[in-house]
Write a protein that binds this ligand. Structure first.
Ligand SMILES: [Zn+2]
Ligand SMILES: [Zn+2]
Length: 335
């Protein structure tokens, strides 16, 4: 599904580029919030996945019934149908990029570990060659009726049979996956990170999370980006901040300086009469806009004017001459 794009553009490269670009998306703030709501801080940091979703009102009942025999650990919420297709869980991967990789985008090959459909049993969970038999716990109904005394009164609940998982059948478990229908596997995928991402950006790669069960859709892979800082260039959204030191003489007379940018060293004209603290704008030397990479921010260069702490005898003489010249000049003169 993924291919590394070679830098030389062979025929069809444009099309390939588009396919990969469409494979993921950068999440909006709302979607980020949704991930946070589901997985919390730990989820955003990628510590663990597949945690419970406590927005499900049935979880309350589940916890009340838990430990009363035969019902613990079953998810409910509309899963009582016979087929019981369940979606795969999402996965999180943390990706560290260097400064320029984040600015210009990069192709990264990453190795992820996730649950894939077991090929031994073809995702059925049953040992090949064995026939399923009627579940003895529910008599093949897939559901059990249960009453339980709780602090809120006596509840009668129709619950999914935990022995057969609602299928009404039990089978000899597959030796490879132990009946889970999925096995843990690692996979290398090639990821095209778009230009303009920053620390905290999240990419969704659809369908690259854990496999679903019994025909359920796979989960997604969320790639959470962390960007290493650069020694001299600082990032401020789409702008890049840099400060340069200019001698007082260069500030007065003007000069051209070599300035590091993400595009390499670039000449920057310091105009004559540049004031200390002036910010010079190097247009379009900043970070490309996410998903609008033909547009770029600027590099903002703050000029620090250096005043010498020591002067040579000759320098002092010249400065004093300059001072005398200034005194001779009437105040409020034009120049
Ligand atoms: Zn299997
Ligand atoms: Zn059963």
């Amino acid at each position: 599904m993924y291919n590394l794009i070679s830098p030389n553009r062979e025929p069809g490269a444009e099309q390939k580029f588009k396919e990969i670009s469409n494979a993921y998306e950068v999440l909006s703030d709302d979607e980020k919030r949704a991930i946070y709501d589901r997985y919390g801080e730990a989820g955003l940091k990628g510590a663990g996945m597949g945690m419970g979703d406590f927005s499900n009102p049935f979880d309350l009942f589940e916890s009340l019934f838990d430990g009363m025999g035969g019902m613990g650990g079953m998810g409910m919420g509309g899963r009582a149908s016979r087929s019981r297709a369940t979606e795969g869980e999402d996965q999180v991967y943390n990706l560290v990029l260097n400064f320029k990789e984040a600015v210009f985008g990069v192709e990264k090959e990453i190795e992820i570990t996730r649950l894939e459909t077991c090929s031994t049993c073809d995702g059925s969970g049953a040992k090949p060659g064995t026939k399923p038999s009627k579940c003895s716990a529910c008599g093949g109904q897939g559901q059990v009726v249960s009453s339980a005394r709780t602090p809120l009164g006596v509840f009668q609940q129709v619950m999914t049979c935990s022995s057969c998982g609602g299928t009404g059948e039990t089978s000899t478990p597959c030796n490879t996956c132990g009946g889970d229908a999925r096995v843990r596997k690692s996979k290398r995928i090639s990821l095209k990170v778009p230009a303009g991402v920053d620390s905290g950006s999240r990419l969704r790669v659809r369908g690259e999370g854990n496999a679903g069960r019994r025909g359920g859709a796979p989960g997604d892979l969320f790639v959470i980006i962390d960007v290493l800082s650069d020694a001299v260039l600082k990032r401020d959204d789409t702008n890049i901040l840099y400060s340069c030191k200019v001698s007082y003489i260069d500030a007065i007379l003007g000069t051209t300086m070599k300035v590091p940018t993400v595009d390499g060293t670039v000449d920057l004209k310091i105009p004559a009469g540049t004031q200390p603290g002036t910010t010079l704008v190097m247009a379009k030397k900043g970070v490309p806009l996410l998903n609008k990479s033909n547009m770029r921010g600027d590099q903002l260069v703050k000029v620090q004017v250096e005043i010498p702490k020591r002067l040579s005898g000759e320098e002092r003489k010249l400065i004093e001459e300059l001072a005398n010249l200034n005194k001779a000049k009437p105040l409020n003169s034009k120049r």
